[in-house]
Design a protein around this ligand. Structure first.
Ligand code: ZN
Length: 242
């Protein structure tokens, strides 16, 4: 079975559509949250995810958009985009986001947005935070998003040590022994210096992941953001993948 793993779409429909057009055949879609926030297409992205998959967890921006999370420590741009999103979400899409759980377990994979310890908020961007999180899930593998940076952490059997594995693009990586925390990167707002949409394919039987990047029409999203009055800085960062 092959799963398409997507995360941090952030209301960027052009990026999501490019991923769906680029992805080779898959059986299921697993979504790691932050369907909305920042971008111009919250309803369209939520509806697309709803149609694609019942396997989606909540991200901090999803909860923020439906007023389930205090946004007082969001930066000013994120807060503006959040309030804009909140006013525009349809009732059905609001309910879809409200119904998302914090954690799913599928075929040996724990699925969360941030981390298994604090699914909504914690960032796993460093081996130290990864190391602390390995005891918070019991499956061999954990999928996380939230940092918008494609990255893998491996803990070898019989040790606490964690190694960082920077994934190469377009070739299957075998999940060899040990336990893994795996981040597919972001569809709609990459932050690793590569503006292309990032996603991952998982082959459960072969026990491999394949990281993929696909260019999309960034200007389409930026033009919509301008028309919507969304913050300039949020639009500009898409050009640079930052
Ligand atoms: Zn995010």
């Amino acid at each position: 079975m092959r799963s398409l793993v997507i995360s941090d779409i952030h209301s960027n429909l052009a990026a999501l559509q490019a991923v769906l057009a680029d992805a080779p055949s898959f059986d299921e879609v697993w979504c790691l949250g932050d369907v909305v926030g920042y971008g111009p297409d919250p309803n369209e992205c939520t509806e697309t995810v709803k149609e694609l998959s019942p396997r989606c967890v909540a991200g901090n921006h999803d909860w923020a958009a439906i007023n389930k999370l205090d946004i007082s420590d969001f930066n000013p741009d994120a807060m503006r985009a959040c309030l804009w999103t909140r006013e525009r979400l349809s009732a059905a899409n609001w309910q879809f986001l409200a119904d998302l759980g914090e954690c799913l377990i599928e075929q040996g994979f724990t699925i969360v947005h941030g981390s298994p310890r604090y699914p909504i908020w914690e960032y796993i961007s460093h081996p130290y935070s990864a190391e602390q999180n390995f005891s918070y899930f019991s499956t061999p593998y954990c999928l996380v998003g939230h940092t918008h940076v494609p990255l893998m952490f491996r803990q070898q059997t019989g040790t606490q040590d964690v190694e960082v594995v920077v994934p190469s693009i377009g070739e299957p990586i075998v999940l060899t022994e040990g336990r893994w925390i795996i981040n597919p990167g972001s569809v709609g707002q990459p932050r690793d210096g590569d503006p292309r949409a990032s996603y991952m394919l998982l082959d459960i039987e072969a026990c491999t992941v394949e990281y993929r990047r696909v260019p999309y029409d960034i200007e389409v999203t930026q033009r919509k953001m301008k028309e919507c009055g969304l913050p300039y800085r949020l639009a500009m960062r898409l050009t640079f993948g930052w």
